[in-house]
Design a protein around this ligand. Sequence first.
Ligand code: IVH
Length: 668
Amino acid sequence: MSKKEAREQIEQLREEIRDHNYRYYVLDEPAISDAEYDRMFRQLEELEAQFPDLVTADSPTQRVGAPPREELGTVTHRVPMLSLQSVYSEEEMRHFVETVIAEAGEDVTFVAEPKYDGLAVSLTYEDGSLTVAATRGDGTTGEDITDNVRTIRAVPLKLMSGEGTPLPEVVEVRGEIYIPLAAFRELNRRREARGEPAFANPRNAAAGSVRQLDSNITASRPLNIYAYGVGAVSGYEFSSEGEVLEMLTRWGFRVDERNALCRGAAECLDFYRRLAEQREQLPYEIDGVVFKVNELAMQGQMGTRTRSPRWAVAYKFPAYRETTRINDIIVSVGRMGALTPVALLEPVEIGGATVQRASLHNQDEIDRKDIRIGDAVIIERAGDVIPYVVKAISEQRTGDERKFRIPDACPVCGTEVLRAEDEPVVHCPNIDCPAQLQGRIAHFASRRAMDIEGLGEKIVAQLVESGLVEHLPDIYDLTVQQLASLERMAQKSAQNLLDALEASKQTTLARFLYSLSIVHVGEYVARLLADHFGTLPAVEQASCDELVAVEGIGPQIAESVLNFFGEERNRQIVGDLIDRGIEIEQQEITADALVGRTFVFTGTLDSFTREQATEQVERRGGRVTSSVSSRTDYVIIGEEPGSKYQQAQELGVTTIAEEEFRELLGNS
Ligand code: IVH
């Protein structure tokens, strides 16, 4: 192919891919299948590999891959990013509208927009291509977050243009980066499952993700954006905010459909009330409504104060924040052994709900915020996210407050707790700890672990509460009579459960290790250990050096495994399980985790295209196929997975999330 032909084809592919990206991430209306999209993407990648000098920064292939930075640079905004004056009552809002009308006349209109609770960014496009992305910073200069913002799929790398949609030489697009609530919950769920600290709220998570030094981390976070304005624009004159929003839409940005044009105080207040009613149901967090004078000429006439414009206002919702007092701090032991300090509060009503407890997450968090028992504190409850302590009001201290230290022993079973280096969360390592018994048994019995059908959470709860099971191995001593005595358990189902218990005794080393709920030992790590060591005694006796010598196992995991088997009580429980007749299939020892392994992808990956992911697997000796069978080793689950996810579950194939997949790649 000649270079000229390649250039044409590359341009055409890019246009098509951009269009499909736009449909997928902005309109939320994909027009083609993942497979078709992948095919186009792969074709573009191949052409770009063949003609590297035709690669441009705004190509859809250029979303990830920047090397980690030492620190973020600074960017001076061409037009400063102002803040907004807040109002909190109808009266203040009316006053604002009347002041504007007095100056601009009755015909003035206002654009009303949700005030997103995320982080403001400025995106500079030169000749239509994204060149710089920056945080607001002090309003004049912000941090350079270009590499990170490039990974956010809803941010166009190139503006769309056409008739009626000109491209200015330079334009600063202003908007808010945020994490949708559903994605936020999922993000925290995954973090907690890995023993990582949860984010306090979506805003913190978004801000932390955007300010990463490694854009690969940003790429793995579910960030999204709404555009709401422009800063500097050269070579184009807008006449109204409404026109700006229209143009942002045409350039390919997400612009909120909830935005509206209002005339007069009554309409503004009406908009505010309606949005306030919807607030709890919205898929993202907002903390008020922004009203801006629509006509830009009028804005110019009214001018700005030092830091905020006179022509706009943020009418804030009543904060989901209250002050109250911490009566005590207790420690709760989670179902997998994590110790979490919980503040017991003087009950306080926040946005219609009574709040009596707030998570303090971990000791580091308590130290950082210097929170003490007896402190007056500010509590925030956002949407249905768990309430948390924003800060202590140290000015109100009397001297009677007490500092809190997380205990060295589990408050439930007394076992000495473990605190791994660099990890804020401490764990009770005792597999036999009563606080964890139900959680550990339910996990032990789960499908991907020992696969004991019929031993679900409800039955486990009954078994533990009735005293029939006091230790994990007791489940293998249950009789039909005992089981049939449980609520809603007929003779037949009791027998079925006994059969399932019996059948579960034939298992693999990987399943058995996974079923023990060892911190950091998920399905994937269990498999690494099984593949490498082959037998249970070999894992139990492995030294730290031997563990970290396994590809994919770092010091954190090694420490956790050593601690687990170092605990006398755990060794005894494992021995008791084996004595009950558990037989572990002999396992072949393989050198490399990916060689000969078969992978299937489903759903969209955040930080790779399918091609990139395939290439990564193949480079390490693995194979990628399109359908799931019992011979598939891993199914990688992306966003909105398809039926392959279900097939994998039905066939008992290991499923792993994108983050774990990235770890797997990083480690081999
Ligand atoms: S317009 C001069 N519109 O509010 C106008 N800001 O106090 C400046 N924000 O940090 C901003 N949603 O992050 C505007 N629809 C919206 C907004 C919005 C949220 C935030 C923005 C900024 C703060 C300004």
